[in-house]
Design a protein around this ligand. Sequence first.
Ligand SMILES: Cc1cc2nc3c(=O)[nH]c(=O)nc-3n(C[C@H](O)[C@H](O)[C@H](O)COP(=O)(O)OP(=O)(O)OC[C@H]3O[C@@H](n4cnc5c(N)ncnc54)[C@H](O)[C@@H]3O)c2cc1C
Length: 472
Amino acid sequence: MKMSQMKQNQAEDYDVLIVGAGPGGIFTAYELCQANRGLKIAVFECGNPLSARKCPIDGKKVKSCIGCKTCAIMNGFGGAGAFSDGKYNITNQFGGTLYEYIGKQEALSLMRYVDEINLSHGGAGTKLYSTANTAIKKKCFENDLHLLDAQVRHLGTDKNYIVLQNLYEELQDKVDFFFRMEIDAVERTDDGGYAVTAGEQRFTGRRCVISVGRSGSKWMEGICAALDIPTRSNRVDIGVRVELPAAVFSHLTDELYESKIVYRTKQFEDLVRTFCMNPRGVVVNENTNGIVTVNGHSYEDPALHTENTNFALLVSKHFSEPFRDSNGYGESIARLSNMLGGGVMVQRFGDLIRGRRSNAQRIAESFVVPTLAAQPGDLSLVIPKRILDGIIEMIYALDKIAPGTANDDTLLYGVEVKFYNMEVEIDHDLQTKYKGLYVIGDCSGVTHSLSHASASGVYVARHMLGLTEQNG
Ligand SMILES: Cc1cc2nc3c(=O)[nH]c(=O)nc-3n(C[C@H](O)[C@H](O)[C@H](O)COP(=O)(O)OP(=O)(O)OC[C@H]3O[C@@H](n4cnc5c(N)ncnc54)[C@H](O)[C@@H]3O)c2cc1C
């Protein structure tokens, strides 16, 4: 059905209801507005507008998470990535499996389109890195390491924020934004449309796009159960964040910025991979449902650069029946580190391989100065042996292409956990078994990156507008 037909039913409040104002929701709204068809679009977001997103942790009066009703870091305009490093990976090799639904060429072309929009909204002048023709790939092969192909636009935390600000300014007059409005339920209406409710308030629309991200994963489970939409359990990634002198990795980061390198361990044939590389960046705490895990950032602005580079080393765990709660498994490991360390734990690599805990004195004497004040401890008491063995093996493998990685003073922070949403059953139009009900972005289990989530938003907007090939 074309949008002109949608408008015929005047009883509907909106043409399109969008739940969630992360990249998926924002780019759905953006692309719908580009069509200039006078569509009535509503975006519901349980968090705040961008300007009001302020985490109360200031390191002085408020030192740790106080469990705000909605988390300023994860919720609000811009979604989970609003304060992220803003790395837009243009690739099908990681960041999600969108290409399995819409095709490889289409997925790449949409990611490039999103990149252009970001550039025209404040991201101009930022660097696009690429693995094409790099000699590093050969060096990796020689050492049993595999460099994944990608182009990476590094917006940086500062410019990423500006892009979001500009997108909001452009959309605010064309779209009805409802902030601090948590949608409770999504229902089908008798006339084939949808209704979303928030407390006493109810909104109807011909089409509904759900893009509630990872923070909405539990809610999404409930919606799928209520609407009888099938789901499948997904994986969880567990590991550590490595911090070392920037010089050790500079030949990789100067050329590629972010290198995704995969290694198959000799001992268990598990895959260990680098993730979220932050040249001259900082290690930070991340709070997920009250559990403190570790992450990293870096800034585009050279004034905010540090002496260190950080990246994660992760091992994926897939579970088969009867165990479905892969996120619960990851949470339990992170909780253990919180129990022993009161939060994130840090250990020197040299201490880990000697089987001793790091203490404040050893960390203070280390040549690598930590960028996060974490509790010195012993990661072998927290991380399962098989995963930790894989990480140690990978550190020695990386040492061959970046000598100094396996130095005693290399810092390991734990635990880094990447949670994934369960996979929601959707078709190649990212539509559920109900026509007009789309599930996109990270809450679908299909994407797990800014670029894939944004691209999925553009895709469903075009599908609704009748512009995709499938819709003729
Ligand atoms: C610290 C951090 C750093 C990251 N860095 C990068 C990076 O550099 N590069 C990269 O590619 N990816 C990065 N990611 C991942 C990236 O942010 C996500 O993949 C992306 O934001 C997913 O977009 P989304 O729209 O699917 O979901 P989200 O961005 O999570 O947005 C979903 C929105 O829905 C809202 N919501 C949830 N439930 C409801 C409800 N019931 N009612 C109303 N609103 C609701 C939430 O408040 C949220 O704002 C990072 C993530 C984090 C947490």
